[in-house]
Write a protein that binds this ligand. Structure first.
Ligand code: URA
Length: 263
């Protein structure tokens, strides 16, 4: 393992145990998710519009006019619609909306839950303590915010007191995220925490049961991991999140090779 990655892992509070003399890449690969599946066929990165929704009643229900309108927006329209949104009560207490940040053609899309106090103040996702940890996690896998990575949340407005998002809020706000996904066409989505995973996978399954498997959101491969804020409260699970990141890296490598293989 190179020194930079070792330093990052130390920062993250993750101890990596290696046999003396063992080659790290193999050791890392063998840690990548107990149920790691082979990478699926890569979705076309520039596919046509989002397929017909399926799944959860609330988020993916037959689209109403509002949802249909959002599903057809281009970036400028979407970036104008989010700050103007009053579709749920959160608009009344927000300082500003938090749209998302990064490379709009990124291969990696990271999805969190909702803005906290710092994000509400600054208008960018993951800029507080959880964001610092997220930046360290990205650095450990040689990624950085904005460089082939896009970061967004399920909710674009801060729930008061950082309470959990309510189902109605998720249902009203999720079309914005779904449109972001459709416009970005990432190669891989990393859903961080329960709300991101459950919203995108239209399930109420636990994080524990969703980790370590390759899922898909409308044909885009999706991996579930812990939310960085949870990891700050539960540092003993950081090692598991490292496994998830390694699984994600391996999956991305598989997707990239499959996409560049001659047909
Ligand atoms: N937690 C989130 O889920 N998103 C943020 O942007 C900040 C904290």
């Amino acid at each position: 393992m190179d020194a930079r990655r070792a330093a990052m892992l130390k920062e993250m509070g993750i101890a990596i145990w290696t046999e003396r003399g063992a080659a790290m890449p193999e050791a890392e690969a063998s840690q990548a998710g107990p149920q790691a599946h082979a990478a699926p066929e890569p979705p076309p990165r520039r596919a046509a519009a989002m397929p017909a929704p399926a799944g959860s009643a609330e988020v993916h229900s037959p689209q109403g006019e509002r949802e249909q309108g959002i599903a057809m927006m281009d970036w400028p329209a979407l970036k104008a619609a989010v700050p103007a949104c009053t579709a749920c009560a959160l608009h009344a207490s927000r300082t500003q909306t938090v749209f998302g940040v990064g490379d709009e053609q990124a291969e990696w899309l990271l999805v969190g839950e909702a803005p906290g106090g710092d994000e509400d103040r600054l208008g960018e996702p993951f800029v507080g303590q959880a964001g610092k940890l997220l930046d360290q996690m990205l650095s450990a896998i040689e990624l950085a915010r904005g460089r082939n990575v896009y970061i967004a949340n399920v909710l674009k407005c801060r729930p008061p007191g950082n309470r959990n998002p309510q189902p109605e809020e998720v249902a009203r706000c999720a079309p914005h995220l779904l449109r972001q996904i459709d416009l970005i066409k990432p190669r891989l989505i990393l859903a961080m925490g329960r709300f991101a995973a459950q919203t995108l996978l239209a399930t109420d399954a636990s994080i524990a049961s969703l980790r370590g498997k390759l899922h898909a959101y409308h044909g885009v491969p999706l991996i579930v991991t812990y939310h960085p804020a949870y990891l700050l409260r539960t540092p003993e699970d950081k090692a598991k999140s490292w496994q998830d990141l390694l699984f994600a890296v391996r999956t991305m490598q598989g997707l990239q090779s499959a996409a560049s293989a001659p047909t």
